[in-house]
Design a protein around this ligand. Sequence first.
Ligand SMILES: Cc1ncc(COP(=O)(O)O)c(C=O)c1O
Length: 398
Amino acid sequence: MVKVNPHYAEVSENYMFLDVVKRARAFTEKNPGVKILKLAIGNTTEPLVPSVVAAMHASVDKLAARESYTGYGDEQGNTDLRQAVATWYGARGVTLDASEVFISDGAKPDCANIVSIFSDESIVAIQDPVYPVYRDANTIGGRRIVYMAATEANGFVPALPSEHADIIFLCSPNNPTGAVMTREQLQAFVDYALANKSVIIFDAAYSEYIRDANIPRSIYEIPRAVECAIEIQSFSKAAGFTGVRLGWTIVPQALATEDAAAGALNKYWHRRQSTMFNGASNIAQEGGLAALSPQGQKETHEQVDYYMENARVIREGLTKAGFTVFGGESAPYIWLKCPAGLSSWQFFDQILEKAHVVTTPGSGFGGNGEGYMRVSAFGHREDIEEAVRSIAANLKAV
Ligand SMILES: Cc1ncc(COP(=O)(O)O)c(C=O)c1O
């Protein structure tokens, strides 16, 4: 008799955001005609930049003609795109070879799938609060999880794992807290990984939101990180590809573990991807190539600036209204402390009912997120301004 994976019983029934959507929908049904402003899900709202649009149109045209039509692409992704990714890192002082770049259809699947190249016995360290994918994917995979607390006391950057961890997930700039890790803090994790023969999975999906020049945008800015770290990147937030779907994962040739010599893990991930993934859309990859071009970088950086201005509006508006906020300075997320000891869901309901704004309860990201809300800077400027005005006018900050 077939049996289901028992670990599904250990995760909540829905991916967190569904509960947020359900409550917002229930409010709309009870209050028809009331406009709701959404500062909840980290979903991009501004159109693709012109150079990406042109490249994707051209890509469709190529597919429309017999002479230029292409089917399945190169196994690790478009060769030009992989080279462009390596060059992009090179401009940041990080030397990588195109053979270390694996193009994907986004960071989320890679965050979940990458652990498959390691033993199921691996102990996984993740932050609390955390981007739920690391927690839920490893729970479903039946792995033991060790939590690293990210609290107001440590500036939302966790200390090293308190017990041995084989795989360590880090995310900077952080979703949900908006905190960033300094060079010294990252160095401490790299030192830990080298000393304990652990591997860091570094999620750099928000690297382009970093405004402080001293904050590393890649884990590979830390010496010897290529020996102990995998980096996962995304075009979603950097170039508005949330619906287009494109990302990459770096598995360095130098990465080694106790039982795998340098090069072996790169081969395993190649084997995994070429067996269980058939490549990202060729249209998306042409768009990604354009996004990494000098003109594409200029245009996408302007778009990121737009979202970061939204973040400033939220941060300063809420602070002026008397709320305590964190993050939002090198990240598109503001971590808002619930006033008067309210729980995340209690404050969620108040913000929804009194200000007609949807935010994300911090408790959905882990126990240490209780008492906080995540406010997303992804949205049209006018909606962001209206939402901040409404919260300030309709809610008590103490
Ligand atoms: C930290 C982090 N990593 C990865 C992702 C997902 O990226 P992608 O759209 O490339 O799957 C998100 C999306 O919100 C995220 O917040």
